[in-house]
Write a protein that binds this ligand. Structure first.
Ligand code: SAM
Length: 269
């Protein structure tokens, strides 16, 4: 049965507030999975099952699938998934899930057509509050992918770009037109891949300190870095001099590598 008829038959209307724009074109989940190095020995966590288009393909490919969906009302359209005994379907808020208690077999992967209203909290949870993982393949809003991949001194470049690229390699895989979803959202999407760096220059334990340093640096984009860091570093002029930076520099002019260098100087300061 096609998606719209199936939803109608069960009296389900989709909720914009939960980011419920479901994939209509089945070629797209298949394409996402092709870019993922998931094998039959591995575990995959899916965030936001929806009508289960991705979930079903994952269940056919992985050893174990742990799939989160916040909306229990979708359960009647997911009965066909019951036949997969390697699938754990959890009607829970992913953001509240305790991932450290999960039994992971093989390597861990994340795959999701992300509910856009919580893209950043989801990426932060995957990156900074999850067991070690190999790859995260995520469909995000196209503009969001541009922010993750932005170059210094561009409008999209910011604290998000720096914080994520200090800990992972981000690759854009392909764009997806909004016409492939039901209901049609207001924006196009991109599928990205995040791969944690094996030896990041900031230790994992220091991730929160680094991220708050970066956030402070970008606190007011139009202000000079010196002014944004004034409350954090009393003698900020001297600090910038030691780092070999002009007093007039703005955060958006610094590359992620320069932020990492600055952070290490700040630690000795
Ligand atoms: N995977 C499906 C697809 O590609 O068609 C659905 C994707 S839809 C963009 C996002 C899904 O995430 C929705 O089914 C929504 O109910 C679910 N969702 C929203 N917030 C969530 C949360 N906090 N935890 C788990 N699932 C959530």
């Amino acid at each position: 049965m096609d998606l719209k008829k199936n939803l109608q038959a069960h009296g389900i209307s989709l909720k914009r507030s939960l980011g419920q724009n479901f994939l209509l074109n089945k070629a797209i989940p298949a394409k996402i999975i092709k870019f993922c190095s998931l094998t039959t020995a591995d575990t995959v966590i899916e965030i936001g099952v929806g009508a289960g288009v991705l979930t079903e393909l994952l269940a056919k490919k992985a050893r174990k699938v742990i799939a989160y969906e916040i909306d229990k009302k979708l359960e009647p359209i997911l009965f066909r998934l019951k036949k997969y005994d390697n699938l754990q379907l959890l009607f829970q808020d992913f953001l509240k899930a305790n991932l450290s208690t999960l039994q992971i077999e093989g390597n861990l992967f994340f795959v999701a057509n992300v509910p856009y209203y919580i893209t950043s909290p989801i990426i932060e949870k995957i990156m900074f509050d999850s067991p070690t993982f190999k790859e995260a393949l995520l469909m995000v809003q196209k503009e969001y992918a541009e922010r993750l991949l932005a170059k210094p001194s561009t409008k999209s470049y910011g604290a998000l770009t720096v914080s994520i690229s200090a800990f992972s390699r981000v690759t854009k895989l392909f764009d997806v037109s909004k016409k492939n979803f039901f209901p049609i959202p207001g924006v196009d999407s991109s599928v990205i891949k995040l791969e944690p760096l094996t030896s990041p220059k900031i230790s994992y334990e220091e991730r929160n300190k680094f991220r708050s340093f970066v956030r402070s640096s970008f606190a007011q984009r139009r202000k000079k870095l010196k002014n944004n860091l004034k409350s954090l570093i009393p003698d900020v002029g001297k600090f910038l001099k030691e780092a070999g930076l002009s007093e007039n520099i703005r955060a958006e002019e610094l590359s992620p590598e320069m932020f990492i260098g600055l952070y290490h100087i700040l630690k000795r300061w």
